[in-house]
Structure formats: C-alpha cells, structure tokens
Design a protein. Structure first.
Length: 432
C-alpha cells in the first residue's frame, strides 16, 4: 500500500493541503475504485476475480442500499479491466434497455475515438445504424451521419457489444449501476437475454450489475438459466474491523491522534454502512484541523462533529426522521431509538419495547405500553413519513434501511447509549 505523506503537525498545513489529503483517504460522496482504500471486502473482491477466470461469466452484486456495492463493483472493474478504464453507467427509473446500451457505447466512443471512426457491420447482409453511424454489407469505414438511434432488439445490442469487444481487445468491463431503479420486467428480461447471448457467442466482455436484492431476483427470474451466467455477491453491512480500519487508517495518514473509544463509537453509530463511517470521520477530522490543537481528537470535538454530520446529512436520510418526529419531540424519537437498538434489522415489538423501556428509564421517564403501541402504529403512516414498516405478527423494521444509521447518529447526539449493531462487536462495547 502506497502511504500518503504523513501530516505530523496538522496545524502547520493550509486548509487546502489538509482537505486534499483528507479526500485521498475518505470518500463519503462517491464510490471507491481503488483496492488500496476498499476495506472489509477483500474476500468478495477475490471471489469476483476467481469467478471471472471462467469465460462467459458475469457479476451481480446485490444487498442493502448503501453497503458499498458501487465501490466493490468499481474496484473490481478497474482491477479486471485489461485495456483502458472500465465503462460505468447508472440506471434511472425510466431507463430503457436500448438507452442503457447506448450510454455504454457513448462512453466507449468518448474514450476511444478510433473505435467510433471504424464502423463495421456483420456479414450476411446484416447491418446496423446506431449512434449516428451506419454501414452495411462488407466491412466499411464510411460514416454517414444520421439521427441518433437506440438498438431496437437484443440482437442489435449483442452485435454492438461484439463489435466493441473486437475493437478494444482484452476483456472490456461494463458496470451497470443502480439496476434496482429499473422496474420494467421487459428491460430486466432483455438484459438477462443479452448476458446469455454474449456468453453463448463467446463474446469476451464482462458485465457487472449492482442493485438491491429485489433487482437481483428479478434479473435472475427474467430468464430460466440466467443464474448459471452470474457470479452473485450478496453484500452485507461492513464488518466491525473494517469500519475501524477506515477511521484509524485515515487518522494515521493524516497524523491525527484518535482514541479507541472514539473509533468504536464511530463504528457503532455507522450501523455498518461505509457512507456513515467516511462521512462522520470526515466531519470529525475537519473539527480537529480547525481546533489547531496538534491534531488530537477531543470529546468536545467529537460532539460538535456529530452535530455537523446530522445537519449536513443527505435530506433523503434526515428528511423522514424529521417528518416523523419534529412535531412530536422525544415522544417519537425514543421509539425510533428503540427500533434501532442492537443489531437486528427486523425486530419484534416486544423486544423493541424492552429497549424503549430501558431508554425511558435512563431518562427518568416511565414507559407506557399503550402509548408505545400507538406511536409504533403511527410511524407506519404517511403522516410520519412511513418511516417504519410492520406486519400483523408484530415485526418492525425501517422502511429505508440506511435511515437506521441516521437514527443511531441522532441517539448519540441525544446521549442515548444503544447496544452495538453487530453481535460480534468488540467486548468493550457490550452492555453499553
């Protein structure tokens, strides 16, 4: 691992120098694409690399939103891409099959202008007219400008992918991110057929799809034999050790002194989502820089950094919490803290009430089961942002799983100690 220049005395560096160095070790705003900084995913990365030794195989990474699927996909893609950078495209709710393939081709043509200048059609009378280029019959280098078009069939897309693969050589890697946003069964079916055809026709390319679990199931179900063409990676939340490595690794690189208790607290608050680890640590280290205290994390700086993180959090995460609680104060916050207590994403109402009772008693309040039940029910309604979902058997969970981490951050701000979010948490955190 290539180490950054250590900033032994933070106070001696300018804000720009510190910010530049900080951005090299923490990345809350965009996916990682370097193995050097990808923590806790070595096993999955190795699994992808070994699986792709088999020709005709592709990759499907699925899991909860925010667990680092894009970072793993991009890191794998950059590592596996033999010639040039991989192509990375993202889906939208209204994305079409042809539109996504067109985005891939546009990226290729931008990276490799020579490919765009050599239009070749398949023999046998077939031809294609895509992206303003047209040709027919034998190999042609004539370019005729026409209206930009999308491939009208899976067969068109297969021919285009084969053309690109032959021109680039090696084994081009295409990352299709946010595949869970595609709701159309037809688009899912077309991609399943595309993967099958490029594999069956020995086209040397690799597709890496990223999406939540439901999109993975849809892609697999779209074609009866799709599963044999994929190496599937079910990505879970980030292990404890990896969370702490992110914090301590960044601290070491910047020359910041941080105690183990603070590292543990960040690891616990993060709820296993890499975004929170990077984001909270970034806010904390900026406060250390501003303090001009020789680069040491202090309790007061940690508390201010938690405020910074909570107020600057993405509105998609803090918005539902605010709507669920802002008109009602702690009466609903404490219920949500109880739902986020411990490591289970899905909890029984009776267990949540035990956590709620402990939180209320610690605050010198008396828990009321009737009011608790009423509030749990209301938190499932649009009036409270439908922040919770539940069933008749009494099991509850956060509708958007990443909000759980935000709730744990708010609990930390409120001085409420929740149990660790992982059963294998360090012993020093047990019973907190």
């Amino acid at each position: 691992m290539q180490k950054l220049e250590t900033l032994r005395a933070v106070v001696q560096h300018t804000e720009r120098e510190f910010g530049t160095a900080l951005a090299k070790v923490l990345s809350p705003s965009r996916p990682l694409h370097s193995e050097e900084f990808l923590r806790g995913r070595a096993e999955q990365l190795q699994g992808i690399e070994r699986a792709l030794y088999a020709p005709g195989r592709h990759v499907l990474i699925h899991g909860l939103r925010g667990v680092g699927k894009s970072s793993l996909a991009q890191t794998a893609a950059f590592k596996l891409s033999e010639k040039g950078d991989p192509v990375i495209v993202s889906c939208e709710a209204n994305s079409t099959f042809g539109g996504i393939i067109k985005d891939i081709a546009d990226e290729i043509f931008n990276q490799h202008p020579n490919v765009a200048q050599e239009v070749r059609t398949l023999e046998g009378g077939g031809g294609f007219n895509l992206w303003g280029f047209s040709g027919s019959g034998k190999a042609s280098k004539q370019i005729t400008e026409k209206e930009v078009a999308e491939p009208i069939s899976v067969n068109d897309a297969v021919r285009l992918v084969q053309f690109i693969a032959e021109k680039l050589g090696g084994r081009p890697v295409f990352v299709v991110d946010e595949f869970d946003l595609v709701q159309s069964p037809e688009v899912q079916r077309d991609f399943a057929n595309l993967v099958k055809q490029v594999s069956d026709k020995h086209v040397e390319v690799c597709f890496i799809f990223c999406g939540i679990a439901e999109s993975a199931e849809a892609l697999m179900a779209a074609h009866g034999s799709a599963d044999r063409y994929f190496h599937a990676v079910d990505l879970g939340k980030l292990p404890w050790e990896a969370r702490m490595e992110i914090v301590t690794g960044a601290a070491d690189a910047l020359g910041i002194g941080i105690d183990k208790d603070t590292v543990y607290r960040i690891a616990s608050i993060s709820d296993g989502f890499p975004y929170y680890v990077h984001f909270i640590t970034e806010k904390l280290f900026w406060r250390v820089f501003e303090a001009q205290n020789g680069g040491v994390v202090e309790t007061r700086l940690f508390e201010v950094a938690m405020d910074d993180a909570a107020s600057a959090m993405d509105m998609k995460l803090r918005g539902p919490y605010q709507k669920a609680t802002e008109k009602y104060g702690d009466t609903y916050s404490e219920v949500l803290f109880a739902v986020a207590d411990g490591h289970e994403l899905r909890r029984r109402s009776t267990d949540i009430f035990q956590s709620y009772s402990a939180i209320m008693k610690a605050a010198g309040k008396t828990p009321d089961r009737v009011k608790f039940n009423q509030r749990m029910g209301r938190l499932k309604t649009p009036t409270h942002a439908s922040i919770l979902t539940g069933n008749r058997q009494g099991w509850y969970e956060f509708t958007e799983k990443m909000i759980r981490g935000y709730v744990r951050l708010k609990a930390e701000q409120a001085g409420v100690s929740l149990k660790p979010d992982h059963p294998a948490a360090p012993l020093s955190l047990k019973g907190q």
